[in-house]
Design a protein around this ligand. Structure first.
Ligand code: G3I
Length: 349
């Protein structure tokens, strides 16, 4: 009889420590991140944000930073010639402020999600430069002091060559200078915002990451106001951090850049087995642990947070379940892995 209270205590303690209790107790990843002066967050999709209560509840409880999945992109915010649509981005900025969260802006210059009136229009070089300047002034200016970091240029490096992607509206109309210009316009509009170059599959060593490194090195040498590099990290299950990630991070840090894991997800086959979910948890744990081990790595954001809303199934047939919470907003092993990584990391503040 006497051992029962002790047994209960041990059981409750185990439950508490297992990470699920963190969500159940309403503490969330954000409390653990706050204690380490770190930012952990997720991309926000507008439809569930506006229509599903658990979506906002989970965001508020778990994260201290958000990013719009589509709201700040050209198609989202500048859908018509001379006509901006700020309602979605405004709602995210207000939500972040009301809930003591930071917000990143994604993205100002990309070859995708450009409206028809841009890609189908006929612009001289000068007109395209003016278009770029006006857009960046308007969008960055509107959120000056509110958006802490911008993905100014997204995915400008060609997958195969490691040189600049030439099949891009901006490259075609302006030439390679569009990158420098975009950073300069953004800096003029909000000198305090951190300005990022963001890309995918450029995280370990290889032709593409060499290209990203070369670009950033040139921009830095030319005095262009670039502050950080975003590693998207859309990775397959079974992923591990390797020495190549550390080498690439080290050379980027040596340029004086900060970094952020900007779009993390770990796609797995569906339905996922228990072993798949454990492997996924390992990937999440290693990636967060890696970021926490790099003094210049400021934040980790996943590209969504519930498996109910993710770009993966629409893009990769047979794959999905790439995020931290399942379709019922219940935490997965990957969530517990982030709790453990945040708990075991040495203090950063
Ligand atoms: O908003 C329109 C809607 O009006 C229209 O009726 C509907 C019909 O298809 O499309 C809606 O737009 C979709 C948009 O997401 C908003 O939901 C687009 O079709 C769809 O292509 C778009 O996909 C986005 C994709 O970028 C575009 O390339 C994904 O949600 C978004 O997760 C994804 O995010 C990118 C990052 O920005 C950059 N890195 C890679 C990452 C994954 O692809």
């Amino acid at each position: 009889m006497r051992t029962r209270p002790l047994l209960l205590l041990v059981l409750c303690g185990g439950l508490w420590l297992n990470g699920y209790a963190v969500a159940a107790q309403g503490r969330g990843l954000r409390d653990l991140a706050d204690k380490r002066g770190f930012y952990v967050g997720a991309a926000v999709a507008m439809r569930p944000f506006r229509t599903e209560a658990p979506y906002q509840e989970t965001l508020k409880r778990e994260f201290n930073i958000i990013v719009g999945e589509n709201a700040f992109k050209w198609t989202g915010i500048h859908p018509n010639k001379g006509g901006y649509y700020f309602a979605d981005a405004d709602a995210l900025v207000a939500f972040a402020a009301a809930n003591r969260m930071k917000i990143r802006g994604h993205t100002l210059v990309w070859h995708k999600q450009l409206p028809r009136w841009v890609t189908g229009g006929s612009f001289t070089r000068e007109e395209a430069v003016n278009l770029l300047r006006d857009h960046i002034n308007t969008v960055v200016g509107r959120y000056k002091g509110k958006v802490i970091a911008w993905d100014v240029v997204n995915e400008a490096i060609d997958d195969e060559t490691g040189g600049l992607r030439t099949s891009s509206f901006w490259y075609e109309k302006i030439g390679p200078d569009y990158i420098r210009m975009a950073f300069e316009f953004a800096h003029q509009a909000d000198p305090a915002a951190k300005l990022y170059y963001n890309d995918y599959e450029a995280e370990d060593m290889g032709r593409k990451s060499d290209g990203v490194y070369r670009l950033l090195k040139e921009l830095k040498a030319a005095g262009v106001p670039v502050d950080g590099v975003g590693w998207q990290m859309h990775v397959p299950n079974g992923f591990h951090i390797t020495e190549a990630h550390r080498r690439n991070a080290a050379r980027l840090a040596a340029l004086g850049l900060e970094m952020t894991i900007t779009e993390l997800d770990v796609r797995t086959r569906v339905p996922a087995s228990a072993a798949d979910l454990q492997a996924q948890a390992t990937a999440y744990r290693e990636i967060l642990g890696f970021c926490l081990s790099q003094p210049n790595c400021k934040a980790l954001l996943a590209w969504g947070f519930t498996d109910k809303y993710s770009w993966i199934p629409g893009w990769y047939a047979g794959l999905g379940d790439a995020l931290l919470f399942d379709k019922d907003y219940q935490p997965k092993p990957a969530y517990r892995a982030l709790v453990e990584a945040l708990r075991s990391a040495s203090r950063r503040k």
